[in-house]
Design a protein around this ligand. Sequence first.
Ligand code: PEP
Ligand code: MG
Length: 598
Amino acid sequence: MACPRDIKAERRLTGIPVSPGVAMGPMRLVCGGDTSPDIYPITEDELEGEWGRFEAALALTREQIENLKKRVTEMTGAKEAEIFDAHLLFLLDKSVMESIRSELRVRRQNVEAVAYAVIQTYIEAMRRVDDPYLRARTSDFEDVLHRLLENLHHSSASVEAFAPASGGAGDSGSAGIVGARDLTPSDTAALDTESVLGFATELGSTNSHTAILARSMGIPAVVGVPRLLLDTCERQYAVLDGYKGVLILNPEPETKEYYERLRAEKNQFYKALEAMHGLPTETKDGRRMRLAANVEFAHEYANVVSSGAEGVGLYRTEFFLLGDRGFPDEDEQADHYAALARACAPHEVVFRTFDAGGDKLPVEQPDAPEDNPFLGWRGIRVSLSRPELFKIQLRAILRASSVGKCSIMYPMISGITEVRLARELLEECKAELRREGRDFDEHIRTGIMIEVPGAAAIADVLADEVDFFSIGTNDLTQYTIAVDRVNFRVAHMFRSSHPGVIRLINKTIADASAKNIPTAICGEMAGDIAMLPLLVGMGASELSVGVHHVPIIRYAVRNLNYWECRDMVREALQAKDSSTIKALSKGLAMRSYPDLFD
Ligand code: PEP
Ligand code: MG
């Protein structure tokens, strides 16, 4: 096999486009996700030394496994210890070791990176075999891989090299396109937007928080690129097309020219849309909608104002927990929330209380990882089981409401009891603040996220309890059609246009409107220009989208006709599959604002 470094011809790797834009520059391969090692180039002279390091780590790993086998045999018997035979067999497998050796020569990267990439391809192949017994052995291989990497003294700091605090590009040499097996939401949040021109990963999906963060940080990104780490080299020049989901290695001069032109045209078009920031978000036939921004970080406040967004429709406060400074106290939270409320005045900021858990950072380190974190200790469940922490946040938001318009929104609501318990705690906080003589908005609005199908099914009941709904289409889709939003294997099945999802959204909006409360849409669907006619036609009163999408969505809404959207929705609600629904909505979108689809 030829060395990826020596292939000079243009090569295209395809994945899933998750954040629009074009990035051009050298590839910077880094560690990401939970286990993958650092990647760095080595010279021809270092090859033998690297192989020696690998052989030593291999011998140590074998010895450790032999010892483990012995101990388990003594404690529980030979049968139970048989599992280690599979580990040893794998370590003795000549074809695996030869692949690592030849890839090392070909790729000229540190041996842990090469071993990781090669063993991952075996693991992937194992996952696909029909025999359930062999498939179950995948975890044995993963186990061996971890042990081997540990013995190679892998460090996991390289994503941090791209964090602003560590000097970003200074540490890493220069700006570039980050390539990784996976990036966690925390990895992504830590990326320095100055030095990271874009990123590509082997894993990932459109609605993961990693993808959402990339969009809100304005970093072009492509995920789900198979063999990315095997097929690219450190510092190899590449173009990342975040519109189509392509990573082009060694681009031909014409390709570069094409992308330079595309980038310039898109920037110009975007600037023209931004210039319309003073215009109302209103359909051609006069239906007014509130268009707000989704915010994760403090540095986005300035963009919220300049984008012309009418405040913040979803502040994902859990990202305030990032870093290792511990749980922020009430004063720290109150100052932070007040700064945002002040910056957005006179518009409202919707503070969603911590939605920790799932694929996001936990509010506290669990004893053991949860088997199904998205069905586990997440969102309001965490807050209600830690009332002392929850009250700190509620008091902080209430205090911020004295300087700007604020409202409170609870995530992951699945039933009425959670709403009532949250309200009791909020009332306690209000009473305490009154006693302490502190100012707050006595009429602060409270709302809930509708993102669990059970909540959508009883939206008529829940509408009596709150002032507004906000539909989280990311989770509502995930839970309604049972498709994990971060699992790249089922990423193609994640369809918010599924008839089941559309009917739940329609029902929620209708139930809310019958009780005279507004419904916002704050999931990624609200920023999808192809799906916008559906949301407008179903009667959503507000849209909240990533800050970079605000000018685009405003322009799109201004080119729609509400009654046309309503007629299309009537037809869509009769449709039997997601493709028909998507085609109906996209068709109307393309007729209404064709320039956004160029
Ligand atoms: C959603 O689920 O659609 C949502 C907006 O919340 P998050 O993406 O933070 O889970
Ligand atoms: Mg959600």
